[in-house]
Every structure is written in structure tokens, then in C-alpha cells.
Design a protein around this ligand. Structure first.
Ligand code: AHG
Ligand code: MN
Ligand code: MN
Ligand code: MN
Length: 337
């Protein structure tokens, strides 16, 4: 622990070791992986915070598998995270938004598979609005098989051993879970350490905020249109009309939902018939966090973390947040199906 102004602070490294000591059989490898991500996050945070000065803003000129124009910072974050994971030799492969296929790392025998959204909310980079990085960790099951196969990565979200995000906002925070609750750390740039600021976070059971891109209203299902109208009706007992908040960076919208409650929705639409957000490196990790805090996440019918993936970049609609809010929207979707 370090003392700052006589306040005993716990760093991410110390917290990870303390948590690991609670598992006698722990080998320390997952702890090392989380430290790898913490290191990459510090480097990305430094670049994000001076993006306007160095030549790191703007487009890289290429397009990714989703047809999105890739930003220089997308690629910088991708490189930093993958190289940090590669160095410790405990991750055998990475799947990231910015790489079409599986990235096989130096250690073929590494026990973990990591999914990454290296930079989430890229459309907000050039306008100085919060962006994030998202990670999701699985144990490689077929470790006897020397041949690394893409199929090893097709695991449902319930099999995640760890997940979390970094939010590069007014401060840089790292939030993660290993299935024992949700902890949040804030980066103190003066000492270059992530400092524990919250543990065992619980999402409010109900929240008076809804978060959705209303631009796609015309292509919503009737049940969703009726639910959003419900959110806008006057009813002081349930805190309605709710407030509408939409940042356009999923990490930022989900972090607000985790802290203040409410619901975030990205439905299927004409433009995105299967939804826009990616199951494996946006929806599953953020659903793990929200569920660990007592919330709920579905695709409108099925629990997100029980969806069986059959493609590394597959997309899904998502309704995620406070349990009562998600249950209500699902009633509307069912009633008007
Ligand atoms: P990414 O920048 O990683 O491609 O993700 C962007 C995602 C997500 O962060 C956000 O919730 C959503 O795109 C916003 O989409 P719209 O601009 O269509 O609302
Ligand atoms: Mn993108
Ligand atoms: Mn994203
Ligand atoms: Mn991204």
C-alpha cells in the first residue's frame, strides 16, 4: 500500500495480488494478464490525453472488417494491448475488432484467450468525448491440441474468467471483474498507478435514465417504440419521464448505467439487422460487469452471456442495465411482438 497525504491507498497491482491470495491454487497467471492490460491502459491513456498534440488523431486510411474507417488511435491501442499480452506468454491468442482473424501470439501454450475492443467509441476521438477499451478473458479449453483453432474462441459469455474496461474520460478508470464482484480503479498520473476507488459495486435496481440512439426510431420494433414512449410519460412514482442520455461510446454509457442505473439499448435496425454491437468484445464483457453488479443483459429474449457464438465478430442487439428496467422493456417487446 502507498501513503498519499496519510491515506493508505491500494494500487491495482496490490489488489490483484490480494485477490489472487484468496485462491490457494492460483498460479498468478490471470493476475499477470490483468497487470499486462493495466500497463497497456496507462500507455493508451497517455496517448489519448495528448492526442491533440501528437499526430495520433484522425483516420488511418484503412477500413476494418465492419467497414468502419479505422482511426490511428484504434490501431495504437490495438498494438499496445496485443504486445503487452504477448510479452507475458500466458495468452495464446487475441481476437480484436481491428483484426479480421485470430491473432496467434508467441506462446502457443498460453492458457488464456483474450477478446479486445481496443478503442471503443472511436467516432468520439476527434471531438474529445470519452472513449474506452474493453477486454474479455477465456480459458483455452482444448489445451492438449497444439494447433490453435478459431473454434477454441467460440465460448459463451458465461465462460469468461475475467472482463473489464478502461474509460479514458475526465479521469482514466479501470473497471474489472473475475466473477467476485466489480472493482473500479482510478489512474493517478502523478505516480502512474491505478488506485482502488470502489469495490463490490451494485447497480441500482431501477434507474431513471434511458440511453439509445433515437435516430433509428423508424426501424424499431413496435414494442421498443412503446417502451420509449413509456419512459417519456409523466409518472412521479416511477421517476418518469426518465432522462435521455446517449454518449455514443458504449463504455461511457455503460459506466454511467453501472453507477446511476437505468438502461442502455442498441436494438436491431434496418442498418444493423443483427444489431451493431459485437457479442464477444463489447456485449459479453460489459454484460459480465453489469450482471456481477446485480443488473441484467439480454438480446431482447435471451441472456447475452448464454448466446452461443459461431463467429468471432458476430453482432447482437442488447438491452442492458438495471434489472427492473430491462424486465420492463422485455415485457413490452413480448407484448407487441
Ligand atoms: P467502436 O468505436 O469500438 O467501433 O464502437 C462504437 C460503438 C459503441 O461504442 C457505441 O455504443 C456505438 O458504436 C454507437 O453507435 P451509433 O453511432 O450508431 O449510435
Ligand atoms: Mn470500430
Ligand atoms: Mn466498440
Ligand atoms: Mn472499437
Amino acid at each position: 500500500m502507498i501513503d498519499i497525504n496519510n491515506k493508505r491507498l491500494v494500487t491495482l497491482e496490490e489488489y490483484i495480488i490480494q485477490s489472487q491470495n484468496r485462491f490457494p491454487g492460483a498460479t498468478g497467471e490471470l493476475s499477470q494478464l490483468l497487470r499486462d492490460i493495466g500497463l497497456a491502459a496507462k500507455i493508451i491513456s497517455r496517448e489519448v490525453n495528448k492526442a491533440g498534440i501528437t499526430n495520433i488523431l484522425g483516420l488511418d486510411g484503412s477500413k476494418n472488417i465492419h467497414g468502419e474507417s479505422v482511426k490511428k488511435l484504434d490501431l495504437f491501442a490495438d498494438e499496445q494491448l496485443i504486445s503487452a499480452l504477448d510479452r507475458s506468454l500466458i495468452t495464446c491468442m487475441v481476437i480484436s475488432e481491428e483484426n479480421d482473424g485470430v491473432v496467434k501470439l508467441s506462446s502457443k501454450g498460453g492458457k488464456y484467450i483474450v477478446y479486445l475492443d481496443p478503442l471503443d467509441g472511436s467516432s468520439n476521438i476527434d471531438v474529445n468525448v470519452s472513449i474506452g477499451s474493453i477486454f474479455s478473458v477465456y480459458m483455452r479449453e482444448a489445451r492438449y491440441n497444439p494447433e490453435l483453432r478459431e473454434e477454441d474462441a467460440f465460448q459463451p459469455g458465461i465462460k469468461q474468467v475475467a472482463a473489464g474496461y478502461v474509460l479514458y474520460g475526465s479521469s482514466t478508470i479501470l473497471t474489472y471483474t473475475t466473477g467476485l464482484g466489480v472493482s473500479v480503479f482510478t489512474l493517478d498520473p502523478s505516480i502512474g498507478e491505478f488506485i482502488l476507488c470502489e469495490r463490490g459495486i451494485e447497480i441500482p435496481e431501477h434507474g431513471a435514465i434511458y440511453s439509445i440512439n433515437e435516430g433509428s426510431y423508424n426501424s424499431w420494433d413496435l414494442g421498443l417504440k412503446k417502451y420509449i414512449k413509456y419512459c417519456q410519460e409523466e409518472d412521479p412514482e416511477t421517476g418518469r419521464p426518465y432522462s435521455a442520455r446517449y454518449i455514443g461510446s458504449m463504455v461511457a454509457d455503460i459506466h454511467r448505467t453501472l453507477i446511476k442505473g437505468g438502461i442502455f439499448i442498441y436494438p436491431h435496425s434496418k442498418k444493423y439487422p443483427n444489431g451493431k454491437l459485437r457479442l464477444m468484445y463489447e456485449c459479453n464483457p460489459l454484460s459480465f460487469i453489469i450482471e456481477q453488479a446485480g443488473g441484467m443483459a439480454t438480446d431482447g429474449e435471451t441472456r447475452i452471456m448464454e448466446l452461443k457464438p459461431d463467429a468471432i465478430h458476430q453482432q447482437t442487439p442488447i438491452y442492458i442495465g438495471s434489472k427492473k428496467n430491462v424486465e420492463t422493456v422485455m415485457q413490452y417487446l413480448e407484448e407487441y411482438a
